[in-house]
Every structure is written in structure tokens, then in C-alpha cells.
Design a protein around this ligand. Structure first.
Ligand SMILES: C[S@@+](CC[C@H](N)C(=O)[O-])C[C@H]1O[C@@H](n2cnc3c(N)ncnc32)[C@H](O)[C@@H]1O
Length: 322
């Protein structure tokens, strides 16, 4: 490779390494609800009075938020761009601000990565806002729920639990397709799930508050749906949950798992490899698992006809009870 090409690559990596600056500017703007306030144009001084911040610091921050494309500046007035009005204003159905709020917590946790790598222990230093975390999961699922449930294939499914269903985004999509869904999650999450399902006016969902490791998850199901759960568990915990799922299914019942995609060499693609670090930082034994690993686990826990379907940055793995 010639020197010019190497220098270009280096510049790309330096931008990546310095990406924390843009990231921090966006997270701080979101923390101060800048995008709620800039639905209409305001000067930095007017905004600083509203959000009780320092006017000079606010102006410098707003200029940087403008530079990264989330605000436009006309004279001394700042206002949302199409991007921020579509995704960072609470009333928007495609709101992503909860994910930014959750990323702010992750920022604190990831800042301890050196220590995590030295000790192998998680670093949960960030203040945990449980509702923001659950709503962030909704932000993440809202764009993909239709495609995921289509890949799961709901034909013949009358009764299905959504294990660790969180905000209920997938439960709602399954219920819309005619299944009676049981959203199973921890009691403090169920309080939030109920609010979200009520906001969306979806029926045909009931709730069980409990721990899927130790509590009864019900029986007589045609499909068990497990989305974005295994990455927070160890291999043994995952195997136990899959076995427990097999035992709750009707004969010929099916299982469907959704996880972020990680290739078999575990070093690609970038989002999957970085998400594995996220689970290293946040859990005692979690990481991303590859489709091959999940297929092996399903075969070991009583499933056959095991298939995988990649859907962009996630993969859906399905199987039928032996
Ligand atoms: C990453 S979220 C996934 C939410 C949802 N399945 C999705 O894909 O959007 C993990 C969910 O698992 C729930 N959870 C974690 N540990 C659990 C446990 N031991 N029993 C039941 N639910 C649990 C959390 O409350 C949270 O809602």
C-alpha cells in the first residue's frame, strides 16, 4: 500500500478515535432538551435563559451541534434541522432521544473500559435511568419490528410469550398479527411496558412480572420469542433459558431468537464487535453470540429445523421443538 493511501487511512482512524467529541456534544445537547426548545428559532442567550445554562458555553455548544448537522444557524438564531425534528423531538413517532439518554449512561460505564479489561468485571458507574433504558429499547426496535416479526413467521401462532419483552415493541407487532402475547419481564419493567402498550392502543397482550431464570414462564405456547436477551447472559444461562423455553412449547412449537449480528470469527461486523464490548462493560458474563453458537445451543436444547435469517445488523434464529 502506498504512503498516500496509508495517510488517508490514518486520517479516517484519527476521526474515529476523536469521535467522542461529536458524541459528547450530541449527548449533552439531548440532556439539556435543546431539540425540544429549538423547534422554533432562538438565540443562544435566549436558550441559555430557558435551560438555565451559561450563555457563552451554550453558544459554543450550539455551534458544534450545528456543525454536526443537528441544528441550522441563521444569523444568531438556531433551529432544529429536518433530522433533529424527525428523530429528536419527543412527540415524533420515530423519537430516538431515549437511546441518546441511555447512551449517556453507557458513556459513564464505557469510561471504565481500561479497568474492565484489567479486571474482567463490569463497570456500571453511570446513573441508571430504567425508564430511559426500556424506552431506548423501543427506539431501537421501532424501525425493525415489522421485518423481524415477518421473519419469525406468525402463521399458526395463537399464543406466544415475549421473554424479556421490555417495551413490548415486538409483542405489539405479534399481537397486531393476531397472536395472544404474554409479555414476560421483571416487575419494574412491566410498569413501563404497560404504559407503552397503552400509548400505542394495542390489545391482546397480557403480562407476567417475574425472573425468567427462576420463575414459571407459563405453558401451552406455539412460539417463544426471545429478542436481545442472550447477549446479557452467559452460555450456561442461555442454554438453561432455551431448555426452559422448549419445555413450555406445544408439540411442534417454535422458538425465535433475535440478536445483533456477529460473524463466526467474532471480529466483524464493527457494530456487532463493539456491542460485544458493551456487554463486557455492562454485564458479568454477557457478549454477542454468533449465529453458529446459537444454532448449536438450539440443537442441544431440543430444537430441529434450525434456520438463520440476517436482517441488516441483527439476525433471527428459529427452530422447531423436536
Ligand atoms: C435489552 S432489553 C430487550 C427488550 C426487548 N426484548 C427488545 O428486543 O426490544 C432486555 C430486557 O430483559 C429484561 N430482563 C433482564 N433480566 C431479566 C430476567 N431475569 N427476567 C425477566 N426479564 C429480564 C429487561 O427488563 C429488559 O426489558
Amino acid at each position: 500500500m502506498d504512503k498516500k493511501n496509508l495517510i488517508q487511512q490514518l486520517q479516517g482512524f484519527m476521526r474515529l478515535a476523536g469521535g467522542f467529541r461529536a458524541s459528547r456534544v450530541i449527548l449533552t445537547a439531548n440532556n439539556f432538551a435543546v431539540f425540544e426548545h429549538l423547534k422554533t428559532p432562538k438565540t443562544a442567550a435566549a436558550l441559555a435563559r430557558k435551560i438555565k445554562t451559561d450563555p457563552r458555553a451554550t453558544e459554543i455548544l450550539l455551534d458544534a451541534v450545528t456543525a454536526v448537522g443537528l441544528l441550522k444557524k441563521t444569523g444568531t438564531q438556531y433551529q432544529n434541522t429536518a433530522l433533529s425534528s424527525t428523530f429528536l423531538v419527543k412527540a415524533s413517532p420515530m423519537y430516538q432521544g431515549d437511546m441518546l439518554r441511555h447512551s449517556d449512561t453507557l458513556w459513564e460505564n464505557w469510561s471504565g473500559l481500561d479497568l474492565v479489561v484489567r479486571t474482567g468485571l463490569p463497570n456500571r458507574a453511570g446513573e441508571r435511568h430504567h425508564e430511559s433504558f426500556i424506552r431506548a429499547m423501543h427506539n431501537n426496535a421501532v424501525f425493525r419490528a415489522k421485518d423481524v416479526i415477518k421473519a419469525v413467521d406468525m402463521r399458526g401462532v395463537k399464543k406466544a410469550p415475549d421473554l424479556g419483552g421490555g417495551p413490548g415493541t415486538y409483542s405489539m407487532e405479534m399481537a397486531r398479527q393476531g397472536a395472544k402475547v404474554t409479555l414476560f419481564d421483571l416487575p419494574n419493567t412491566i410498569v413501563i411496558s404497560k404504559k407503552l402498550v397503552k400509548e400505542a392502543k394495542v390489545r391482546n397482550i397480557d403480562y407476567i412480572g417475574g425472573d425468567f431464570h427462576s420463575d414459571d414462564i407459563g405453558t401451552g405456547y406455539d412460539l417463544v420469542f426471545i429478542s436481545q436477551i442472550l447477549h446479557s447472559l452467559s452460555k450456561d444461562e442461555s442454554l438453561a433459558l432455551l431448555k426452559k423455553s422448549a419445555n413450555t412449547l406445544n408439540p411442534r412449537g417454535r422458538i425465535a431468537i433475535q440478536e445483533f449480528l456477529l460473524e463466526e470469527n467474532r471480529a466483524s461486523p464493527v457494530p456487532g464487535a463493539l456491542f460485544s464490548v458493551n456487554m463486557l462493560v455492562n454485564t458479568t458474563a454477557g457478549r454477542c453470540y454468533t449465529p453458529g453458537e446459537m444454532k448449536t445451543w438450539l440443537a442441544k436444547t431440543g430444537f430441529k429445523d434450525i434456520k438463520t435469517k440476517a436482517l441488516g445488523d441483527t439476525v433471527v434464529v428459529t427452530g422447531r421443538k423436536v
